[in-house]
Design a protein around this ligand. Structure first.
Ligand code: SF4
Ligand code: SF4
Length: 203
């Protein structure tokens, strides 16, 4: 890891993570309990406690460009193990949303494509539809033939149902996505308006 210049962190980033997650990240004292229980640590570039430390230091770019924010499966083990009752999984969730908004994904772009495809099937059906998810992901990631050999046995075992299960609250779930899109449009509009304002504010 490159050396970190203490005192030069992005304080606005720290404030935003704490506000959006409603967690006091400063309370983390680096005991490492979260990392010790994390089933995805093997695939992370920064472990859960390292991410918490980077957030405390306002290292926005390192956190948002990390592989870990995309590899976290939100199992919440870290949250249940934290002696300071910090909802670490929620903090990482917020960072993932921030990374997504900032357009980060880079070499991990397929993880973003996978997450988007998963959410798309939830939006359509109210819950995930594995076959639809696989089809969407392969199309968007332009990997039509990857893992194809697994399909027959999964189909035989009923792991890839042809038709999605339609749940009762489908319209409510669709409503959540609609409100989220509207909110994003509002934020984009506010940002564009801010960008157009002359430097030095309104005069
Ligand atoms: S929520 Fe993410 S960081 Fe926390 S234990 Fe699970 S995989 Fe690891
Ligand atoms: S378990 Fe809690 S206090 Fe310990 S390192 Fe993780 S976030 Fe920090």
């Amino acid at each position: 890891m490159e050396p970190i210049q203490l005192g030069r962190g992005d304080t606005e980033f720290i404030r935003k993570v704490e506000e959006e997650s409603r967690q006091v990240v400063k309370k983390c004292y680096q005991c490492g309990n979260c990392t010790a229980g994390c089933p995805m640590s093997f695939s992370y570039d920064y472990t859960a406690n390292q991410l918490m430390r980077l957030i405390q230091l306002g290292q926005r770019e390192r956190v948002l460009k990390s592989r870990a924010v995309w590899m976290c499966v939100t199992c919440e083990t870290c949250t249940t193990r934290c002696p300071n009752e910090i909802d670490v999984a929620r903090v990482l969730d917020v960072c993932r949303h921030m990374a997504r908004k900032a357009g980060y994904g880079g070499v991990f772009n397929n993880m973003r494509v996978f997450a988007d495809s998963f959410l798309q099937t939830v939006r359509w059906n109210g819950k995930s539809h594995e076959l639809g998810l696989m089809a969407l992901f392969k199309m968007r990631a332009m990997k039509p033939f990857s893992d194809l050999s697994l399909a027959p046995s999964m189909l035989l075992k009923g792991k890839l149902p042809y038709l999605p299960h339609r749940i009762k609250g489908r319209s409510e779930v669709a409503g959540i996505f609609k409100r989220f899109s509207e909110q994003q449009l509002k934020e984009l509009h506010a940002q564009t308006t801010d960008d157009k304002k002359p430097a030095g504010g309104d005069k």
